[in-house]
Design a protein around this ligand. Structure first.
Ligand SMILES: Cc1cc2nc3c(=O)[nH]c(=O)nc-3n(C[C@H](O)[C@H](O)[C@H](O)COP(=O)(O)OP(=O)(O)OC[C@H]3O[C@@H](n4cnc5c(N)ncnc54)[C@H](O)[C@@H]3O)c2cc1C
Length: 409
């Protein structure tokens, strides 16, 4: 830790509590995730035993406030666990950390009483329980305003109808966080968010078949005249879009953290392989063509980590983090994809074999560029933010048209 003469401190170290959690999560990944990731992946199913162990080890539901039975930990601490579990297996990390996505809208918009009624029983029992975040529909992906699921008030209840898809942990979930339109004519301003217990007339539809992250499960969730008490509305009617965007500003740091884990794992596997694989009479790591690639991979993983932790730190300090969580998400996801591809290349033919870890890293990494807002959408968010900020910037240079300063739009 260093301080300048004004007493300001720039500190990159983790606190003792943060470091302990990070070490615990890394140890958990080493003991329970990495050794089973390949074998369980072949089942193409939810890795129940591992997730249950993660729950018992206190690595789930970290963001739930203490008033609702949770540990109330920071977003930074969540990202440490996501990075460590993502290093072991991105699919399992998605399964383990999915409650963060499902429950964050409720942490943001629900009352303490609602959290105690609907969330506390799910996070304090012996068995791990799950929520599922139901935003996406077949015709409403990036364009959230196109959501067709409807919620209509009927006395003291709402009646929900619609079909969600890609819902992570859908088949496992006890509670669905459902985005539905209460006023379709208002488009995104007419969206509201509801907590829907499984018992309330929900059905699991098609299970999605995927390329990677096979240790996580996604499904359709069907709501047919699903009746929920009016206290299942989170916040007020019409606040759904705002809550969804605020949720994603936070949870994207979590995806960036899983991506950082994947990017780092690719560096480590590539470097270990390059140290032991000999061609032309020496370890391939001694060829600059390999070591330069490994250097670029290492820099990408390190930059991803810094962007991720900064985005989480902003949120933990109540500062706007939309642009920075978008930076973290697209940069880290692209880094994971590039590093995984480079790792396959460095391993040559072995990189392409499923007995080696690289091909799984490559399949798993691709999803990081797609879910929780594609990387194009992240670039849209960040690009718009930068253009907006630039209006009030003085760089000392003024664009001139016809000899005059051009007006900023
Ligand atoms: C494995 C998996 C797990 C998921 N988990 C969940 C979950 O738990 N809950 C949930 O609600 N959803 C989940 N999703 C859905 C995911 O968030 C969406 O797939 C994603 O937001 C993109 O939506 P889409 O697939 O409909 O693509 P589209 O929105 O149709 O996009 C298609 C292409 O067009 C591009 N595009 C779209 N609009 C623009 C634009 N304005 N500018 C530039 N490019 C654009 C996109 O970037 C993409 O390349 C999951 C998806 C997958 C694959």
């Amino acid at each position: 830790m260093t301080a300048d003469q004004s007493g300001l401190v720039m500190d990159f170290s983790l606190s003792e509590k943060e470091q302990k959690l990070y070490d615990r999560a890394k140890q958990f990944a080493l003991e329970h995730i990495t050794p089973r990731a390949h074998e369980l992946e072949k089942r193409n199913d939810f890795p129940k035993e591992v997730v249950q162990k993660a729950y018992e080890a206190g690595l789930m539901n970290l963001h739930i406030p203490q008033e609702a039975g949770g540990p109330g930990l920071s977003l930074l601490m969540e990202t440490l666990v996501s990075e460590a579990t993502g290093y072991g297996c991105a699919g399992m990390a998605t399964s383990i950390m999915c409650n963060n996505l499902a429950f964050t809208p409720l942490v943001i918009g629900a009352t303490t009483e609602q959290l105690k009624t609907y969330i506390e029983p799910l996070i304090t029992g012996k068995e791990a329980k799950f929520g599922s975040f139901c935003l996406t529909e077949r015709k409403a992906g990036s364009d959230v305003a196109a959501i067709a699921t409807r919620a209509v008030r009927d006395g003291d209840e709402y009646v929900i109808n619609g079909v969600k898809c890609f819902a992570t942990n859908g088949p496992q979930a006890s509670l669905f966080t459902v985005f539905a339109s209460t006023q379709p004519e208002l488009k995104h301003k007419g969206l509201s968010v509801f907590m829907v217990p499984k018992s309330r007339a929900t059905k699991i539809g098609h299970i999605e078949n995927k390329m990677g992250q096979l240790n996580s499960v996604q499904s359709e969730v069907i709501f047919e005249d699903a009746r929920v008490p009016k206290d299942c509305l989170v916040g007020k009617e019409g606040e759904g879009f705002k809550i969804a965007m605020k949720t994603l500003d936070n949870t994207r740091a979590g995806i960036a953290a899983i991506a950082t884990g994947v990017a780092q794992r690719a560096v480590d596997e590539a470097a270990r392989f390059a140290n032991v694989r000999h061609q032309f009479g020496q370890a391939i790591g001694r060829f600059q063509g390999i070591s330069f690639t490994i250097a670029d991979m290492g820099a990408r993983a390190a930059a991803s980590r810094h962007l991720t932790r900064y985005a989480a730190w902003l949120a933990d300090n109540g500062l706007p983090n939309g642009k920075d969580s978008a930076f973290a998400k697209f940069f880290a996801a692209d880094a994971a994809m590039q590093n995984a591809t480079d790792c396959v290349q460095i391993m040559g033919g072995y990189g392409y074999l499923s007995e080696y870890p690289a091909e799984k890293l490559m399949r798993d990494a691709k999803l990081l560029q797609i879910y929780e807002g594609t990387n194009q959408i992240q670039r849209l968010v960040a690009g718009v933010a930068i253009l907006k900020e630039s209006v009030n910037l003085d760089t000392g240079f003024h664009v001139k048209y016809d000899g005059k300063d051009a007006p900023m739009l």
